[in-house]
Design a protein around this ligand. Sequence first.
Ligand SMILES: Nc1ncnc2c1ncn2[C@@H]1O[C@H](COP(=O)(O)OP(=O)(O)OP(=O)(O)O)[C@@H](O)[C@H]1O
Length: 210
Amino acid sequence: MADNLCVFRGDRLVLDGVSLHLHAGDAMLLTGPNGAGKSTLLRVLAGLRKPDSGQLTWNGQSIFEDPAAHAERVAYIGHQDALKPGLSVAENLHLFTRPGARMADALEAMDLLPLANLPARLLSAGQKRRTALARVLLAEAPLWLLDEPSLGLDSAAITLLGHAMAAHRARGGILIATTHVPLPLDNTCALDLPGATDPRPFGAFEGDYA
Ligand SMILES: Nc1ncnc2c1ncn2[C@@H]1O[C@H](COP(=O)(O)OP(=O)(O)OP(=O)(O)O)[C@@H](O)[C@H]1O
């Protein structure tokens, strides 16, 4: 699915020849130190950022030939939960509900039924994360790309996340997640991005700090 991806951020080569190949039901954890490029890789896989070189394919077809089709097959969450603060939990989810997807099931899966009518601006960090995860469920997409999905979750919510990820894989879904902590997942493969020391010495930053 990804072959020899290279990505620069600024003048720094963040991803240097990354390749990965996953099949239905697979789960991959992206690990590595802060700044290693895990979020960058997820955004590239989501089609949100073009690699500087390398191939990205789905069933043999380049994702860049039909970006809209790729967007349809991806459910992505970044570090930000990207909820509309003035809308309720249910209204936020409604924006992403595909015809036929059952919102009540997604609310229940993330224990959000009691919060369904609360404006998103009143949610705690963990409740916002659970809402973002419910949105992933509603996308009914075969490829989940989750950037630190357990961020802010309590142990009960992490258990719910584990159930949701297992069910997704049992349906043949693929999951790629960045994480700094263990996630409740069996039979994962891992890609550890080593990171790099910044090639620019401190003196190379020529800001005017006076
Ligand atoms: N807009 C930008 N311009 C230049 N460099 C950037 C930009 N955004 C991020 N970077 C750099 O890209 C590198 C990779 O960042 P990325 O967020 O992918 O790392 P990460 O592995 O997800 O880190 P973390 O574990 O802290 O979430 C970092 O060195 C970061 O400083």
